[in-house]
Structure formats: C-alpha cells, structure tokens
Ligand binder design. Structure first.
Ligand SMILES: NC(=O)c1ccc[n+]([C@@H]2O[C@H](COP(=O)([O-])OP(=O)(O)OC[C@H]3O[C@@H](n4cnc5c(N)ncnc54)[C@H](O)[C@@H]3O)[C@@H](O)[C@H]2O)c1
Length: 408
C-alpha cells in the first residue's frame, strides 16, 4: 500500500518531531492535539527544526516554508478522513491510547494503519481494542525523533504481514532505519539498555566509583555518553517507569537500584529538574554523594563491589543473547538497533553487542558472566544460547562463527 497522507495524534515532544520527519519526506501530515498551547508549541518545534536546516545552509527558506506547509495543525479529526496511516504519540497510558484509537476508528477509512509510538505498552492489547487488529502496529521512534535514525517496528499477535511490510517501507521512505522486533516488554533497545543503566546505578550506590568516573570509563569504552549523563537527559522519572515495568515483567535480573528511588524522592529527575545524578546551574551533586554514603554504609561488606566496564557491558551482551534466544529479532537486527539506537562503538568501530561478543570470544564472555554471577548473583546468569554456542565451539571471530559468520 502506498502512503499518500499521514496523521499524527499528540503534538508533544515525540508527536511534533514525528510530524516534522513525515513532512520532510514530502508527505502531507495532519497533526492533532487536544490542547491548543501544545499544538502551538509543537508547530514552533517543527519550525525551529526547519530553521536549523536553513541556518546550516542545508535548505532554502522557501523550501522550509513549503515543507512546513505540509503540516496541518488541528484540534479536530476533520483532516483524518483520507489518511493512510496514523501514528499516535499521546501520553503513555493504555486508556488514553485506546480512546484515541476508538475515535480514529470512527473517522478513518477501514484501510488506515493505526501505529503507536508507545515505549512499552502491549501492541496486541491495543490492537484487540480496535476492529482492525491486523492493521495495528508499534512504530517506536527514539528521542529526538528528527535526529535518531532507528525505528522499532513491533507487530502485535494479530498484525498482518502486509501491515508490517507497509510500515517497514514507509519507515524507509522517511529515511529512517526500521528494525522489526517481536513484542516483548521494553521491545529491543530499552530492554538491552536497562540492565546496563541499572548496573551503573548499583555500582554508584555501592560507592564503587563516582558518576563522572563511570561516565568517563564508558565513553572511553565507546559509548557516545556515559550512563549517568544519559539518564539525566532521559529523565529519571522516565527511566524509573521503564525500569519498574521491566522488573515487573522480567523479575529479579531487572531489580531496580535503590539509588533510583532516593533520587526520585528527592525530586532529582535529571536535567529538566536542574538536578539528577549531577547538579545543573546552581545545584550540586552533594545530596547524591550523601545518599551514596548512606546506601553504601548500610550494605554488608560482601555487597560493596568494584566498578568495571565488564560489569556494565556483560549484562547488555547477555540480554542481547536472551533476545536472540527468544527470537525477538535476528542477530544483524539486534546489532544494528543497538548501534543506531545507542550509538555503541568498540575501538572506533560501530559494533553491536553480539558482534562485540564475537570479537571478544564467546568463551571469554561466558567466563566473565560466570565470574560476575559468582560475585554478584543471579542477574548475571549467562543466557542458555551462549553456553550452547561455547559447547559447540562457535566461539566467535576466532572460530569463524559465533553469533555471526566470518570468512577466513
Ligand atoms: N519522550 C520520549 O523520550 C519518548 C521516546 C519514545 C517514545 N515515547 C512515547 O511517545 C508517546 C508520547 O510521549 P511524549 O514524550 O511526546 O509525551 P508528551 O507529554 O510530550 O506529549 C503528549 C501530547 O499528547 C497530547 N494529548 C493528550 N491526550 C490526547 C488526546 N486524547 N488526543 C490528542 N492528543 C492528546 C498532549 O496534549 C501532549 O501534547 C508516549 O507513548 C511515550 O511513551 C516517548
């Protein structure tokens, strides 16, 4: 199916940028909100992105104006009678999203695809609440949507292959990188990211190293920014919502670090609050140092660990192997999603977690996980597939095959 016109519902942080991305590809897009001020703020955001391109000499102001004219801001559903796809980006509440899809059902043609930008909610459940579950799909953009290339495409249980193919093609037409991910809590990137961020926070709470030491070590390793800078940017409330949800779904290995709750209680929600792991403006990180001193003093000596890059990276690799084992995505897609979504590199090369395991040697990764498990517990239990591959001699690059195949 060719997409001639799109709709976006919700003109907040994500919706406005998604509408900008669609207009940039040359398609008309109706952008709907329930709040005039949010709609105006969304349009201002879109204009600012285009102005940035004009200022950099990437586009003339005439071109920018004609792209902006493709976005039709509205408080009604009047423009939704001929849209081929709608992407909802309303708040992360199942009831609101279901209500929006019910409203859309009344105004959109039967052929319209309903996509959700949800970060975590079940696509199957959203689909089941409509009369077109075969046309309902997850389309998870990353923030900021006008910059980040990756889009996770998540079919629900009843989504048709035709809908998946149409949405993959549409995503490519937006000059984004689509990765099809089977439905699971956190989808792919957030599921892999969370154990890494949580382990960093555990290390900090134990007093194993300071936030800036851990951040610097992870940047040295090849991450575009350290875990605490990233969490302060994402917002600790968002991280804590995702973390609690993943804990409720996956259990022990995702047990949130106690320091998260202390920061939340203190209203240190990250950059937007002027304070998170770090202090911004006139705020300092002294209160965090105080919390760390209290937490680490309350821990028995055997629970006060040491910081190492392995302690953060091995859980990320292990979660990637679990995703592969559960057929959430293919090995190339898992690696591509992590490179495109998190900007992970290793020795200057863009390398996802499975390719990294192949480079290090699967036997080495397994030995490190076993060691970390003996020291810190079950959250480091190696994925079954990792052990199977080691037993079979699929040790990675040095053996010609691991998670990927290598020619001699
Ligand atoms: N912010 C992120 O980093 C991020 C990243 C990926 C995905 N998401 C997901 O995108 C979605 C939107 O998040 P956001 O950060 O843009 O939220 P936001 O709060 O910035 O924007 C939500 C917008 O929806 C509008 N809205 C509320 N109810 C509505 C309704 N019934 N009809 C139309 N508009 C309505 C609000 O007025 C607001 O403008 C959520 O599902 C979120 O989980 C967010």
């Amino acid at each position: 199916m060719y997409i001639f016109k799109a709709g976006v519902v919700g003109a907040g942080a994500m919706g406005a940028e998604i509408a900008q991305v669609i207009s940039f590809s040359g398609l008309p897009v109706v952008l709907k909100d329930v709040d005039q001020a949010m709609l105006e703020r969304g349009m201002a955001r879109i204009r600012k992105i285009y102005q940035g391109r004009v200022d950099k000499g990437k586009m003339s102001s005439g071109e920018a104006e004609s792209k902006i004219a493709l976005v039709e801001p509205t408080l009604t559903y009047d423009g939704f009678g001929d849209v081929d796809i709608v992407i909802e980006a309303v708040p992360e509440k199942m009831a609101i999203k279901k209500a929006v899809f019910a409203e859309l059902e009344a105004v959109c043609p039967q052929s319209t695809i309903f996509a959700s930008n949800t970060s975590a909610l079940s696509i199957s459940e959203l689909g089941a609440a409509t009369r077109r579950p075969h046309k309902v799909i997850g389309m998870h953009f990353f923030n900021p949507a006008h910059v980040m290339k990756l889009v996770e495409i998540i079919p629900g249980l009843d989504t048709s292959q035709e809908t998946v193919d149409d949405v993959v093609q549409f995503t490519e037409s937006l000059r984004k990188i689509p990765v099809v991910v089977q439905e699971c809590p956190g989808f792919l990137v957030n599921r892999l990211l969370m154990p890494y961020l949580n382990e960093a926070t555990l290390c900090l709470g134990e007093g194993a190293a300071t936030a800036s030491e851990i951040d610097a070590a992870m940047v040295d390793f090849g991450m575009p920014m350290g875990p605490f800078t990233l969490m302060d940017m994402l917002g600790l409330d968002v991280c804590s919502d995702v973390g609690s949800y993943l804990y409720s779904e996956y259990g022990e290995r995702m047990t949130p670090a106690p320091l998260f709750f202390r920061l939340m209680q203190a209203g240190r929600l990250g950059e937007k609050a002027g304070a998170g792991f770090y202090g911004y403006g006139d705020q300092t990180d002294e209160p965090v140092r105080q919390m760390i001193a209290e937490i680490s003093a309350s821990l028995p000596p055997e629970q006060r660990g040491e910081f190492s890059v392995d302690r953060l990276i091995m859980p990320l690799i292990n979660e990637a192997v679990l995703c592969l084992q559960e057929h959430i995505a293919t090995a190339p897609d898992i690696d591509m999603a992590v490179v495109a979504g998190l900007g992970m590199t290793y020795h200057g090369e863009r390398l996802g977690p499975l390719a990294l395991a192949d480079t290090l040697g699967l036997d080495t990764v397994l030995a490190k996980l076993d060691e970390l498990r003996a020291r810190y517990g079950e959250r480091f239990r190696p994925a079954r597939l990792l052990r199977t591959k080691v037993r079979a001699g699929h040790l990675g690059k040095k053996a010609g095959k691991g998670f990927h195949e290598y020619s001699a």
